[in-house]
Design a protein around this ligand. Structure first.
Ligand SMILES: C[C@H](N)C(=O)N[C@@H](CCC(=O)O)C(=O)O
Ligand code: MG
Length: 365
């Protein structure tokens, strides 16, 4: 099975409700879809969101990186040589992790199709059902409490509460939500870099002393502030998770050696796809560090790849934040992984199992 062509589309799917973090507010998923065509007629699918405030990637940069640097290396390659292709993709240019991820995901999809089995089995197998949390956007306290109760009523047992806007209000936000859902859901906080190290220690300590149990706090301080991450991690009881601070395997090794976080959030759009995500899960497991699998604002195309990875690497990936498809007003994908509120399950279809994608605008190759 040889890769013969690469095609692009723009996928726009409105969100059920605006997604608000300390970094940005978004009303729709607007992602670049990549199709890899082959001489056997099989098509591999990938997807890349333009999360400029986190990865630096824009629609323009994703398309340019693939057209000029990645596609010339990938076209003509035999899908059976998976490791050679992933090396070609990763070595095509620096950074541009979302572009690399979209193409890598499509190659792994084809690799599964080549052997006629779902991707997670090619990655080592596992139990093909996982449970995700759901994000509660940062907002007025009453709205966040109502959104949290509604999520718990829909069956979510883990809530990812966005904070990082105003330290005093953040503490009140979390106390109010905890009082409303205590015993029905675990709370994870994500400050998306919105606090200083001292503010983070203050807020987390206040919540600990008030008896609010938090499963973890994600990325309390600026991405580059690894000393700040270590400062917070060493001063609170609540586990601290690194998200924007770590993209690839070498950063993960540095972070673990510094003891700058207790948990790592792996996202395919930060790692450049599955090959580095697999490395991170294996490195973390070696050091006995737990991982979360997360996503950006992505539909069920690229999130499907993250689900397959989570199933195959469940010894290392113990926490799941793959709520992108649940945040969308509808699922544009026919086939693929099944997203049913908190429960995500994989079918027996080969690769990612995607049959077609509705409502894409074609983009010239
Ligand atoms: C969607 C997911 N639950 C999430 O919160 N992901 C990111 C932010 C993604 C974005 O801004 O597009 C995170 O910070 O964990
Ligand atoms: Mg995060």
């Amino acid at each position: 099975m040889k890769i013969t062509d690469i095609r692009f589309g723009l996928l726009k799917v409105p969100l059920k409700t605006p997604f608000k973090t300390a970094l940005r507010t978004v009303e729709a998923v607007e992602d670049i879809v990549v199709e890899l065509h082959t001489d056997t007629g099989h098509i591999g699918y990938g997807e890349a969101p333009a999360t400029a405030v986190i990865t630096g990637d824009t629609h323009g940069s994703i398309l340019e990186a693939i057209r000029k640097f990645i596609a010339p290396r990938v076209i003509g390659q035999d899908v059976a040589n998976l490791n050679r292709i992933t090396q070609l993709i990763q070595g095509a240019l620096e950074k541009n992790t979302s572009a690399k991820a979209a193409v890598e995901i499509a190659v792994y999809d084809l690799f599964g199709q080549l052997y006629g089995v779902p991707l997670y089995r090619m990655l080592g197998g596992g139990d093909p059902v996982i449970t995700t949390d759901i994000t509660i956007s940062v907002d007025y306290i009453d709205k966040m409490v109502a959104d949290s109760i509604s999520a718990v009523d829909r069956g979510f047992e883990s809530l990812k509460i966005k904070v990082g806007k105003d330290i005093g209000v953040d503490i009140e936000r979390v106390k109010a939500i905890y009082a409303a859902v205590e015993g029905r859901a675990l709370l994870r906080l994500d400050a998306n870099q919105g606090w200083t190290a001292k503010q983070a220690v203050y807020a987390i300590t206040m919540l600990e002393e008030a008896g609010v149990h938090l499963e973890l706090v994600e990325q309390p301080v600026k991405a580059q502030d690894l000393e700040g991450m270590r400062y917070v991690t060493s001063r609170v009881h609540t586990p601290i998770m690194a998200d924007e601070s770590v993209f690839g395997p070498t950063e993960v090794i540095d972070l673990i050696r510094m003891r700058a976080a207790d948990i790592i959030n792996i996202k395919l759009m930060k790692t450049g796809g599955l090959s580095n995500a697999i490395r991170i899960a294996d490195i973390a497991a070696l050091y006995g560090v737990e991982c979360m699998i997360g996503c950006m604002l992505e539909s069920s195309i690229s999130v499907a790849a993250a689900v397959h990875l989570a199933v195959a690497k469940s010894h290392a990936i113990t926490k799941v934040d793959l709520d992108g498809p649940s945040l969308c007003a509808y699922n544009p994908v026919d086939g693929g992984v099944l997203f049913n509120e908190s429960e995500i399950s994989i079918t027996d279809a080969p690769g990612l199992g995607i049959r077609s994608i509705q409502g894409m605008e074609p983009i010239a190759a």
